[in-house]
Design a protein. Structure first.
Length: 475
């Protein structure tokens, strides 16, 4: 066990003694807020829930301190497991030596004064969090299949045009029940700017997400606000699909360099999304042009001389081609090793081109657990071996042990988790019906892009046709 992993377990032991065995500081100090639809969750694993407008009008900090979160905090203080945090309980039920996100976040956000503030106050006090992820709008130029029209205006337009996807039990992208709130007149954005002067005094990290933030007017307003009212303690992060015209990324580079050089912010980090490569990535993330993306990454890294992190959405179509992504990581690490300065991270061996490998939980048709374990485990073993063969903690062009640990827990979770027959049947039928309609709507072809999935696809097709037959005969 290395220093970093040992530190995470040590903090976990201390938190269990001082707070509870289920305490997670992220429930107080980390929040994601979707202003375009008035919802929030802490952290991003539990389902988002509505922000009550009547309470918000009295106190803008209700954007984060909702009644639902306050009751989850109380559960944790009593040593109970809030249902919404099943993602972590799944990992912790694998055994004590597995590192769940709860343990990682407790170690990352632990400060004695933060724990003291929680201990000294009632469970329902309103906290100004140290980490906020914010979405100002759902405007987006991509329509990734595993995403949702709530987060993507172009996916919303497609779903509005074609209607719900037929014959699927999950993720039929019915949009008849919601409308994204217009950025210009949004009361949640009004509450954000009311809360900002106070909350931003103690805010450590602000992460802008979307939709696609580079297409949102409020993103550029925030850059202006930071120019006029600097926050030198603030680390600004942004998620971007890096799939738009180069001029947007050039504008970002100018703003980042200006704010950093003036000391108006402490640091800037960019997060993009990628979990395979080439035409496979373009199939999963409709709207992506892989060459435009790689050029935009280059413009950003060379323009800001900054790290970039790639978030995987490890899903059913990633399993057979994740190796392509791992090879690209090593390729970029060697290209940019001398472009990005050494002293930007928390220690000298921080990777300059980073990635994280969280597994997708939903929608079901994209869930890796639908795959037959025996046939597909070798793909994960090959990747784990590749990471291990190219692992050297002291060489930042190679993989490190946390990246190995993260993929090991994903591989073990894949191998040890078996859905019941009903869920498998439902998911596999949805897989066939979803991608059949996906290809019809987007003029794509799953098997041309993923030929190795032919047997699995055929099995799902048989199950779907059988179900149709049963329905017809039941008449
Ligand atoms: S316990 Fe896990 S899922 Fe729940 S808030 Fe903490 S990190 Fe998130």
């Amino acid at each position: 066990m290395t220093e970093q992993v040992k530190h995470i377990h040590d903090i976990d032991g201390m938190m269990t003694d001082e707070m509870s065995p289920t305490f997670c500081i992220a429930k107080w100090h980390q929040t994601t807020i979707y202003l375009h639809r008035g919802e929030t969750h802490s952290c991003y694993h539990p389902h988002p829930h509505a922000i009550p407008m009547e309470k918000l009008q009295k106190d803008p900090s209700v954007l984060h301190n909702t009644p639902e979160k306050i009751s989850q905090r109380m559960e944790m203080l009593m040593g109970e497991r809030p249902d919404g945090c099943q993602y972590c309980w799944n990992v912790e039920d694998l055994g004590n030596d597995y590192v769940s996100d709860r343990k990682i976040r407790n170690a990352a956000s632990y400060k004695p004064e933060r724990l003291e503030e929680i201990k000294q106050n009632n469970y329902d006090f309103h906290v100004n969090p140290e980490y906020i992820e914010i979405a100002f709008s759902n405007e987006c130029n991509f329509k990734c299949g595993y995403c949702h029209p709530m987060h993507s205006s172009s996916f919303y337009q497609e779903a509005k045009k074609h209607g719900p996807v037929p014959n699927v039990k999950n993720h039929n992208v019915d949009v008849s029940w919601f409308e994204a709130i217009d950025e210009k007149t949004n009361p949640y954005i009004k509450a954000w700017w009311e809360w900002w002067p106070e909350m931003s005094k103690t805010l450590n990290i602000l992460r802008i997400t979307g939709g696609e933030p580079l297409l949102h007017k409020t993103t550029w307003k925030l850059f202006e606000e930071l120019r006029d009212n600097p926050r030198p303690h603030l680390e600004l992060n942004m998620n971007s699909n890096l799939g738009m015209s180069h001029r947007h990324v050039e504008k970002l580079v100018r703003n980042v360099n200006e704010l950093r050089d003036a000391g108006s912010i402490k640091k800037f980090k960019l997060f993009s999304s990628m979990e395979t490569w080439g035409s496979r990535a373009e199939y999963l993330r409709t709207g992506l042009d892989i060459n435009v993306w790689e050029r935009n990454q280059d413009i950003y890294v060379r323009g800001t001389k900054s790290h970039i992190s790639h978030m995987n959405t490890y899903n059913i179509l990633t399993v057979t081609s994740y190796m392509k992504f791992l090879h690209k990581i090593l390729e970029w690490r060697s290209i940019y090793e001398d472009v990005i300065p050494d002293n930007l991270g928390i220690h000298q061996h921080v990777r300059k081109i980073r990635f994280d490998s969280p597994y997708l939980k939903e929608p079901l048709m994209y869930d890796m657990h639908l795959l037959p374990k025996e046939e597909f485990t070798p793909y994960l073993d090959e990747c784990l071996q590749f990471i291990s063969d190219n692992m050297d903690n002291s060489d930042t062009t190679k993989f490190d042990d946390i990246e190995f640990e993260r993929f090991r827990r994903l591989r073990d979770y894949f191998v040890t988790t078996q859905y019941d027959d009903h869920r498998l049947l439902e998911g596999r039928i949805d897989f066939y019906n979803w991608f059949t309609e996906y290809d019809r709507r987007r003029n794509t072809n799953l098997l041309d892009t993923f030929p190795e999935m032919a047997d699995f696809h055929q099995m799902c097709k048989q199950l779907a046709l059988q179900q149709d037959n049963n329905i017809i005969h039941r008449g």
